[in-house]
Design a protein around this ligand. Structure first.
Ligand code: ZN
Length: 385
């Protein structure tokens, strides 16, 4: 089954040779892109779609989310936005609700968010564990996630489990021992929240090296709330990404620039938006030469958005990115953060994941914030929205 999408006003390929094409067409064959070029030269196909001079982009690659959870945190958000002090219930509130949820309820929730993402153009998504914090609950979260995406991340080291509040070292032993054994079969990556109040540099190193020894690729929640060792550790261990990167020293920026081919700086503006915090400085990272990705961080506490277009608009408005840079970061950047070469771009042989926008250009994703511009979505060559 082949599909020709033609009369494309603007086709963002993210391919260094093709660039952005006008008056373009693309042919999908099975789950791959089979042809890209000028509409006038396009071959025939079984099915023909007229893009009506609108824009086509690669499907978004959302490389950081926490979508296996129970309950929500509406009251906490409402209190925070009402200027009231809120207690450090935080992640632990969601841990309790997640442990109390049935497998079916967790899966229903995950499906709902993946569906939301698809309708907003996200065709690849990473999902983390981290709201179970017991051997059984972490393995359960990853088993459920792995049924819906190959991009799963073991985050037993999200926070110290409440049962281990007085003995964090014992919790790190659990995370690097029996919990890792139970989770590794369902995970591709290992992650740790390296932050004051979560895990320090030594603990984070122990978690990441134990995961790497089991074949999991490291990624790090780094430098979100304060400057700390997270970014340097990510770079030193060859992590696929250092995520958040909100508070960076000059040495951190240089380390990410030097590691641009290995470790992606993944920026998560939904977190700063939802906590009224200062945004990361994307301009500083890009100008230094770092590879940057944008992602939603979709989670019930600090960033309850599933929308990549929203993140693009914020990144352009408040983080110094150009519209081109933001859309590339949300597609190719995310693919690089997941070490995927088949998604995030549109060239012959790439996976046929693409989005038709109700706009003449991908710039409209930032130019028209909050407007539902996703008109159609193909995932693996099949039209899904
Ligand atoms: Zn996160």
């Amino acid at each position: 089954m082949t599909t020709l999408i033609t009369n494309i006003g603007s086709l963002l390929t993210n391919d260094p040779e093709l660039g952005t094409l006008t008056d373009a067409a693309i042919v999908l064959d099975g789950d791959q892109v089979a042809w890209v070029g000028a509409a006038a030269a396009a071959p025939d196909a079984d099915e023909r779609v007229d893009a009506e001079a609108r824009a086509v982009i690669p499907g978004f690659v959302d490389s950081h989310s926490h979508m296996v959870f129970g309950g929500d945190r509406t009251a906490e958000f409402n209190a925070r936005m009402s200027g009231k002090p809120y207690t450090a219930g935080g992640i632990r509130t969601t841990v309790a609700a997640t442990r109390a949820s049935s497998d079916e309820a967790l899966e229903r929730n995950l499906r709902r968010f993946i569906g939301e993402m698809l309708r907003q153009g996200t065709t690849t998504v990473e999902v983390k564990s981290g709201y179970g914090l017991t051997v059984e609950d972490e393995a359960r979260a990853l088993r459920i996630a792995a049924a819906h995406t190959p991009e799963t991340t073991y985050l037993g080291a999200h926070v110290v489990a409440p049962e281990f509040a007085d003995d964090p070292a014992a919790y790190v032993d659990l995370v690097t021992g029996p919990m890792l054994d139970a989770c590794a079969p369902y995970a591709r990556y290992v992650d740790v929240f390296c932050e004051r109040g979560a895990f320090d540099g030594d603990q984070a190193r122990a978690v990441l090296t134990a995961g790497a020894a089991r074949g999991l690729t490291p990624r790090v929640h780094a430098n979100q709330l304060t400057e700390g060792p997270g970014v340097q550790l990510a770079v030193e261990l060859g992590a696929a990404s250092a995520d958040h990167c909100t508070h960076l020293s000059d040495a951190d920026v240089k380390a990410l620039a030097d590691a641009h081919a290995t470790t992606v700086a993944t920026l998560l503006p939904g977190a700063e938006f939802s906590t009224r915090a200062v945004y990361p400085d994307a301009r500083r990272l890009i100008d230094a030469g770092a590879t940057v990705a944008l992602s939603t961080d979709c989670n019930p506490g600090s960033s309850f958005t599933s929308s990549m277009p929203f993140c693009i608009a914020v990144a352009v408005r408040d983080m110094g990115m150009t519209p081109d840079e933001a859309v590339v970061a949300a597609t190719l950047g995310g693919a690089r953060a997941l070490r995927r070469t088949d998604v995030g771009h549109l060239a012959v042989g790439a996976r046929a994941d693409l989005v038709l926008l109700d706009a003449p250009s991908h710039v409209h994703l930032a130019y028209r914030p909050g407007v539902p511009l996703v008109s159609a979505v193909w995932q693996g060559g099949a039209r899904v929205c």
